[in-house]
Design a protein around this ligand. Structure first.
Ligand code: SF4
Ligand code: SF4
Length: 500
């Protein structure tokens, strides 16, 4: 079977003459070949899960009662709320999102430390959408060799038909992706109808266009260049790896020296380049650990298939620790290729050490942050009280010689109910509290009603009768009492007056 290779890069004369390599080299297009195997199946499953979640989540409905959005996952920018099923986050609770980001970052560090670039290779959106776009490209243009032939042939009706169909399908997926993103910020059925009937607002069209374009560009055109040149993660993920991390590796101690399958004195690598042809970044895993390797493991499937066809043991390319590679190399040094070398090399391996100082630290931080977040969420107050004292004037001297201070009470209710609370004033005996427009309970305390999922403001006046003998600044506090008289929230302030 004839094999088509991408055109080799022609070295400029200056480079061949020993001068420094130029700072710019044009991209060699990568034509990843389709592959099947257990890693590919795992990747398909993760891809289906990620895309299914992304496209369908905005369509799930969640009944929150009247006057509340019924979308399960919604970032409601207009009312400054974030809804996630039964959870509703207010702007002042944004620390929960910070906590989630911290958890995500530490989780990523831990996963990288254990399994290398498993995130990049399996679940990163760039990988997932590129995989989907590649699948579409293969369905329309054929596998690696057919695509390379198509790109090398002059324009023709067939060329135009296949290219146009590919880009149309990509744009359709990109539009679905951009549209789904908008739905996380708007009611999904409404915004879908508005988009389809061309009645959406300018903002919706702008973001729809932006995310459609970026998806088309990054997954259709840029592909592996995003991972190699744009993403910062490959630059510092090496700091999380050590010799016990499981990374995609070529077992050179077993594969070398390379040679034809039937040649004598050669290792298991038959130099078929199947591992290179399936690689989405176009690299050769046999060259060792490389920044371009996203750890997708497709070269494992490709090589396993070759080994199976040759009747040899799988695992020439495998998820392996660098410690085991070194141990196998030491155990097989100077040995001729063959079953005995393979057995010695494999016997020298040790089970991966998952419990290591760095993974223990990551697990500890993960557990700590999770516990803090869970605790604060379970103890989360549904009612809040904020007090703002009038600053102009600081106090008012009444005609009878009394002193009065004015305050604004802001009562936030994070529930869908309308609970009412009595207000008690903590301070020197004799201070009188009046809340304008509020009714009073049997004990004469003002009762503040709330509105669902909102903030109610009340104006409170605190008066010190003449002769109370207060200093110029007296600490006081406002306490909210529920129907059973229990304090549910309080806020401190001061009562100001003239210097004695
Ligand atoms: S070398 Fe293997 S694991 Fe790395 S990107 Fe290429 S196919 Fe994926
Ligand atoms: S697929 Fe396996 S046998 Fe073929 S070149 Fe790659 S490592 Fe060697």
């Amino acid at each position: 079977m004839s094999r088509i290779e991408p055109p080799a890069r022609v070295k400029p004369a200056a480079e061949t003459a020993g001068a420094p390599a130029p700072l710019y080299a044009s991209r060699q297009k990568v034509y990843p070949k389709a592959v099947s195997g257990r890693v590919r199946r795992a990747k398909w499953a993760i891809l289906a899960l990620c895309l299914g979640l992304y496209y369908l989540l905005p369509w799930i409905r969640w009944d929150r009662g009247p006057d509340a959005p019924n979308q399960a996952v919604l970032v409601d920018m207009q009312h400054a709320r974030l809804f996630f099923f039964w959870i509703e986050i207010w702007p002042q609770e944004v620390y929960y999102l910070t906590g989630l980001l911290v958890l995500g970052a530490i989780g990523l560090f831990a996963a990288t430390s254990l399994f290398g670039r498993v995130w990049c290779g399996f679940a990163c959106p760039q990988t997932v959408w590129t995989d989907l776009f590649l699948w579409v490209e293969r369905r329309i243009q054929g596998d690696r060799n057919a695509r390379m032939r198509l790109d090398q042939q002059p324009w023709s009706g067939e060329w135009l038909r296949r290219k146009a169909a590919t880009h149309a399908a990509w744009l359709l997926i990109a539009a679905a992706t951009g549209g789904a993103w908008i739905m996380y910020f708007n009611d999904a059925p409404t915004v879908a109808r508005e988009l389809l009937t061309l009645q959406a607002s300018g903002t919706v069209w702008f973001f729809f266009g932006l995310f459609t374009f970026t998806t088309y560009l990054l997954a259709g055109w840029a592909r592996e260049q995003v991972c190699t040149y744009m993403c910062p993660w490959p630059r510092f993920q090496a700091a999380m790896l050590d010799e016990n991390s499981l990374v995609v590796s070529y077992r050179a101690w077993r594969g070398e020296p390379r040679g034809k399958a039937k040649a004598a004195g050669v290792g298991d690598c038959v130099d078929c380049r199947a591992c290179v042809h399936v690689c989405p970044t176009g690299i050769d895993i046999r060259d060792g650990q490389q920044l371009e390797c996203i750890g997708c493991g497709l070269c494992i499937d490709a090589c396993d298939d070759i080994m199976r066809r040759l009747g040899r043991e799988k695992g020439l390319v495998a998820f392996e620790t660098l410690a085991n590679i070194a141990a196998s190399e030491a155990a097989t040094a100077g040995r001729a290729p063959g079953p005995e070398r393979l057995a010695r090399g494999m016997a020298a391996r040790r089970a991966p050490r998952f419990l290591r100082p760095r993974t223990i630290v990551y697990a500890g931080v993960l557990a700590l942050v999770s516990a803090v977040m869970l605790g604060s969420f379970l103890l989360r107050e549904t009612v809040g009280l904020a007090v703002q004292r009038d600053r102009a004037p600081l106090f008012v001297e009444l005609s009878d010689g009394g002193i009065r201070n004015a305050y604004t009470l802001k009562l936030s209710n994070r529930t869908r109910g309308t609970p009412a609370f009595a207000v008690a004033l903590d301070g020197p005996a004799g201070l009188r509290l009046v809340v304008q427009d509020a009714e009073t309970d049997a004990g004469g305390r003002p009762v503040l009603t709330t509105r669902p999922d909102g903030i109610t403001q009340w104006r409170a006046l605190v008066t010190a009768p003449p002769g109370l003998g207060l200093s110029d600044s007296t600490p006081i506090a406002f306490r909210l009492l529920d129907a059973r008289g229990r304090a549910v929230e309080s806020a401190r302030s001061v009562f100001l007056g003239p210097k004695p």
